[in-house]
Write a protein that binds this ligand. Structure first.
Ligand code: KG4
Ligand code: ZN
Length: 338
C-alpha cells in the first residue's frame, strides 16, 4: 500500500476524472462526463472525446486536489489509467499525469482500467477484502475475475462479442430509446413482463463463465423489424430483453463464487446500477450464503478513485523512469494486475 495521498487520473473513454485516494479512503473524486456531447451520435466519438479531455483534465485535477485539501507537494504518487481504452483519450490522461509527476518529482503508477473497476469494492465504505469473485459489466467490458490477491485478479470469463452495457444500449435503440440506453431500458422494463418473450441466453451450460450477447440482440431486431409495437408490447420486449442480458451475469457470477469456494461477490461497471441485476444477484447470493458487495454508483461507473485503489497494489515507478511509459489501447496480455 502507498503510504500517503495518491492523485489518480482517468481518461480512457468519455469521462475526465481525477481523485485523491489515501489507502482505502476516497478523499475526493471528481468526474466531468462528456455523455451529453456524444449523445447526438448514439455513441462515443473518439476524436471528440480526446479533444474534450484536453480542455477539462487540468481543471478536474485542480478540483480533486482542492476538495481533498491536499497540496501537490504532499502527494505520495500519481496514478493514471494506462490501458485499455480509446488511445487518443488515454494519451491525454497519461501525458498530463506524467507531466504533473515529472514537474513535482513524484513517482508514478500505471493502472489497467479493469483492475480499477475490480479494486473499487476494496475502497471504504464497502471495504471488501479478497477472496471474492468480481463481475465488471459496463458499456465496454464484461468480465468475471477470481480475486484471491488484489495485485493479480485471475480472469475467469468475458464476453466473446458485445459488452453487456453495449447490448442494453443497442437493445434500447431498437426500442426507440436514446443513448445511453441502459437506464431508459430499465425504466421501460418496469411496466413489462419479463417472461413474455423467450429471448435466447447464449453459452448456457454448467461450467460456462464466458458471455455472448450478439444473439439476443439479433432476436430483438427480428422481433421489432418492420413493425411498430405499442407501449405495452415495448415494455414486455424491454423486460424480456433485459432479463436475457442480466440473468446470465447474475447466475455465472454466483456459480463462479461457489465453484471457487469464496465467501463474497462484487459488482462493478455502469451496468451494476441495474435494479434487476442487483435483485437477481442478491437473491442468488443470499440463497448461497454469499456476501454481495456493490460500491456506490459513483464508484461503479468510470471514475478515478478506483484507479487510485488499484494503484495501491501496483509497483511504483520512481521519478523519472516513467517518462518513457505510454498509453496502450488494448488489454494487457499478461492480465489486469500485470
Ligand atoms: O461504466 P460505465 O459508466 O462506462 C463504461 O462503459 O465504461 O457504463 C456505462 C454502461 C452503458 O452501457 C449504460 O447503458 C449502462 O452502463 N448502464 C445501465 C444502467 N445504468 C448504466 N444499464 C442497465 N441499467 C442501468 N440502470
Ligand atoms: Zn469502465
Amino acid at each position: 500500500m502507498i503510504g500517503g495521498p495518491v492523485l489518480a487520473v482517468e481518461t480512457s473513454c468519455d469521462e475526465s476524472a481525477a481523485a485523491v485516494v489515501q489507502g482505502r479512503d476516497v478523499r475526493s473524486s471528481v468526474v466531468a462526463s462528456q455523455a451529453d456531447l456524444h449523445a447526438p451520435y448514439g455513441g462515443v466519438v473518439p476524436e471528440v472525446a480526446a479533444r474534450h479531455h484536453l480542455g477539462t483534465i487540468n481543471a478536474v485535477i485542480d478540483e480533486a486536489l482542492e476538495r481533498a485539501g491536499v497540496r501537490a507537494d504532499n502527494l505520495a504518487a500519481v496514478a493514471v489509467t494506462q490501458r485499455p481504452g480509446l488511445i487518443g483519450a488515454l494519451l491525454v490522461g497519461v501525458s498530463t499525469a506524467r507531466a504533473f509527476a515529472y514537474a513535482r518529482g513524484l513517482p508514478m503508477v500505471m493502472v489497467d482500467h479493469l483492475h480499477g473497476h475490480i479494486a473499487a469494492a476494496w475502497l471504504n465504505p464497502v471495504a471488501l477484502d479478497p477472496p471474492f469473485v468480481s463481475l465488471v459489466a459496463s458499456g465496454g467490458h464484461t468480465r468475471l475475475d477470481l480475486v484471491r490477491d488484489l495485485a493479480a485478479p485471475q480472469l475467469l470469463g468475458e464476453t466473446i462479442d458485445d459488452a453487456a452495457g453495449e447490448a442494453l444500449d443497442k437493445g434500447a435503440r431498437l426500442l426507440g430509446l436514446g443513448y445511453p440506453g441502459g437506464p431508459a431500458l430499465e425504466r421501460l422494463a418496469e411496466g413489462g413482463d419479463r417472461a413474455e418473450h423467450a429471448f435466447p441466453v447464449a453459452l448456457g451450460g454448467a461450467g460456462v463463465r464466458d458471455f455472448s450477447f450478439a444473439g439476443v440482440k439479433t432476436s430483438l431486431l427480428y422481433a421489432v423489424r418492420g413493425r411498430d409495437p405499442g407501449d405495452a408490447e415495448r415494455a414486455d420486449l424491454a423486460a424480456s430483453y433485459q432479463e436475457a442480458v442480466v440473468r446470465p451475469l447474475a447466475e455465472r457470477l454466483v456459480a463462479a463464487a461457489l465453484e471457487h469456494g469464496v465467501p463474497a461477490v462484487a459488482l462493478g461497471g455502469g451496468v451494476a446500477a441495474n435494479g434487476r441485476l442487483r435483485t437477481l444477484v442478491a437473491e442468488r447470493a443470499a440463497a448461497a450464503g454469499l456476501r454481495v458487495a456493490i460500491p456506490d454508483r459513483a464508484l461503479c461507473t468510470d471514475n478515478a478513485a478506483m484507479i487510485g485503489a488499484a494503484a495501491q497494489f501496483r509497483p511504483l515507478t520512481p521519478w523519472p523512469e516513467f517518462v518513457s511509459f505510454d498509453a496502450a489501447p488494448d488489454a494487457s496480455p499478461a492480465g489486469v494486475g500485470a
